[in-house]
Design a protein around this ligand. Structure first.
Ligand code: HEC
Length: 266
């Protein structure tokens, strides 16, 4: 800011006092005095004069006596746009976030979709949808073992079939689908997935893709293996459990267990 030298200010004051008119170009008041009404000019020039000019009109009085927003409230009011933003965001439906094994399975399923189809409808790999997964594997343990080991490990170990040997439509033998092999997924068998990821995939396939009823017939299995608070999943994730320490799972290929009703019937 430029300071106006005191002597200039004084000169300006003197001229105003002397009733200077249009020549007072150097006066700090920029209003061209000849074009404004006398009252306005008086107001612009000396506030003292204004005091003894006309009394305020009713609307001016109203404006002056109106309650103003207190300074402390301004701080709060300045946050209004943020509150509004948060409110509007709160109104939008949140994406349902799956958690636990199912969420992990959804995330990893891309590794399987190329052969089994995005919806499990099959392709180079067998159909996984429409109850097929529960038919081949009435016990989730056998499905975990199969996905971990894959076709070649079963062949190499000389294990004749995988899953339920009494499966409706006949047992599934290695390479009995189209001659192709199911690649091993577990790390000790040469795959790239961890054991908790394999459990997540198997849960996603059984409950989302193959349609097992998590609240009905399959509730017990779901709670134990696939729910968000499954202790088995948590144990596999933190390393305190492994497929080899879980009864009935294991990483070595082995014959599957028939469904409970088949055992009962035998
Ligand atoms: C390269 C293709 C391919 C990929 C990738 C693949 N699979 Fe397979 N899958 C197959 C084939 C082929 C079979 C049949 C195996 C056989 O006949 O030996 C099969 C069989 C299966 C079965 C047994 C189904 C049944 O009812 O018999 C399951 C379960 C399975 N795959 C799960 C998976 C999962 C989970 C993934 C992803 C991690 C995956 N597959 C990735 C090709 C694939």
């Amino acid at each position: 800011m430029t300071e106006i030298p005191e002597h200039l200010l004084k000169r300006s004051r003197d001229r105003r006092a002397a009733g200077a008119s249009s020549e007072s170009v150097s006066a700090p008041v920029p209003v061209p005095t000849e074009s404004v009404a006398p009252v306005a000019r008086a107001a612009a020039e000396t506030p003292v004069q204004k005091l003894d000019s006309k009394p305020d009109s009713p609307d001016v009085v109203a404006a002056k006596s109106r309650q103003r927003i207190p300074y402390w409230a301004m701080a709060t009011l300045s946050l209004m746009p943020i509150f509004l933003f948060m409110y509007v965001r709160g109104l939008q439906p949140q994406k349902a976030e799956a958690s636990g094994p199912i969420a992990v399975g959804i995330e990893q399923y891309g590794a399987c979709a190329s052969c089994h189809g995005a919806d499990g409808g099959g392709g180079a790999g067998r159909v996984l949808s429409n109850g097929e997964s529960q038919k081949t594997f009435p016990h989730i343990e056998d499905m975990l073992n199969w996905v971990y080991a894959g076709t070649e490990a079963y062949e190499a170990a000389g294990v004749e079939s995988y899953g339920d040997p009494n499966r409706e439509g006949g047992a599934h033998y290695p390479r009995s689908y189209n001659g192709g092999a199911m690649p091993a997924q577990g790390s000790m068998a040469g795959g790239a997935l961890t054991e908790y990821e394999i459990l997540g995939l198997v849960c996603h396939i059984r409950y989302d893709i193959s349609g097992a009823d998590a609240a009905g017939e399959w509730a017990e299995e779901f709670e134990k293996w696939c729910s968000a608070d499954s202790e088995i999943f948590a144990g596999l994730e933190d390393g305190s459990l492994s497929f080899d320490s879980l009864p009935g799972v294991g990483t070595a290929p082995r014959l599957g267990t028939p469904a409970a009703d088949e055992i009962a019937a035998a």
